[in-house]
Design a protein around this ligand. Structure first.
Ligand code: ASP
Length: 339
């Protein structure tokens, strides 16, 4: 009897050790009207290389025994610093010609969360979100208050002009002209030539979800929001449960797409809830929300999601989504268009 018990406990311990050494990570760089026809080989190369750099950096943190939170911040900082994405440098422009940034992070172990919205001077909003989570009793800080807090925390502060990227600026000018037609301020003949970059006013929000060797999940998202946004508009990214959510019992999720729909569908928490209450698999739950619920509402976009076993799902209902992941077996995937 004693021998059987010892054998069983040895077996269970080895199961545990195995389960705890699984690490995995996924990132996204935004979803939208991304098609091969609109992409040059050079642009495709740049996006692929940057996605590779970010996912590999996050994975290296996990491999060295770092936490999923550390991996999420490491990957997102690289994407924020790249002008290719709509987060940090290269963020979209507001109606006033500024860049206003939103970001959130969540710890699946404790359900602690932190977020900032409408910030204009914090170089890496994801770090400010982490500071809100770890150094304050709050979850969400906005605008000037969030910037003062970030400054007090010793985070890097930059002039708003740091975020400016010429390609984004030109995109904003075209979209602004287009919006003026809707408001009756411009004749349709003056319409700028339509390309996908103009048609799609988001493009390039970034996010990361990760599982560390301690079995903990984390999720983070960072964005400039929607081009030509007005009146202090804030999207789903910094709203816990909408664009960002993590819970060790279920999954970690980061979303990208038309934020108004993602907020109304409470996308990230909904995926977790389907797993918790309906015992759905990660894939089934993510598909249910992204490919059915959101589609019915008319919401375009996608998510990256990871569960506590390292399963990864990256569904999207748009033409494309910049995405990359490294599975528990170490295999890497980088993709832009539909599989
Ligand atoms: N979800 C972001 C927002 O609505 C935009 C995006 O993901 O592209 O602010």
């Amino acid at each position: 009897m004693k021998i059987i018990y010892m054998m069983m406990s040895c077996f269970c311990l080895s199961c545990l050790a195995q389960a705890q050494t699984r690490i995995a990570i996924a990132i996204h760089g935004g979803a939208g009207t991304i098609s091969k026809a609109n992409m040059t080989a050079e642009m495709e190369k740049q996006y692929t290389e940057k996605l590779d750099e970010a996912v590999s950096a996050g994975y290296a943190v996990l491999q060295k025994g770092g936490t999923s939170l550390e991996a999420v911040v490491a990957a997102i900082r690289i994407l924020e610093d790249s002008p290719l994405f709509n987060a940090g440098k290269g963020a979209v422009f507001t109606n006033e010609g500024k860049n206003e940034l939103d970001a959130a992070i969540m710890d699946g172990k404790t359900l602690a969360a932190g977020a900032v919205a409408s910030v204009t001077t914090i170089k890496n909003p994801i770090m400010a979100a982490r500071a809100v989570m770890q150094q304050s009793p709050h979850v969400l800080m906005i605008g000037r208050g969030a910037e003062l807090f970030a400054e007090q925390q010793g985070l890097e502060i930059v002039p708003n002009s740091y975020f400016r990227d010429e390609r984004r600026y030109q995109q904003w000018l075209k979209i602004k002209a287009r919006d003026s037609i809707g408001e009756g301020r411009l004749h349709p003949d003056w319409l700028p030539k339509e390309d996908s970059f103009v048609k799609d006013r988001k493009f390039g929000t970034v996010g990361c979800v990760a599982l560390d060797q301690y079995g903990n999940l984390a999720a983070g998202t960072s964005t400039g929001g929607m081009t030509n946004k007005r009146f202090g508009r804030v999207g789903d990214a910094p709203i816990i449960g909408a664009g960002t959510y993590a819970n060790n019992q279920t999954c970690a999720v980061s979303a990208t797409g038309h934020g108004e729909f993602f907020m109304r569908a409470v996308v990230a928490h909904d995926i977790s809830a389907l797993m918790a209450y309906k015992k759905m698999s990660l894939k089934k739950a993510a598909d249910e929300v992204v490919m059915k619920k959101l589609v019915q509402l008319g919401g375009e976009g996608g998510v990256i999601a990871i569960d506590n076993k390292g399963n990864i799902a990256m569904p999207f209902n748009s033409a494309g989504m910049y995405r990359a992941c490294i599975y528990p077996d170490g295999k890497k995937k980088i993709a832009i268009y539909k599989d």
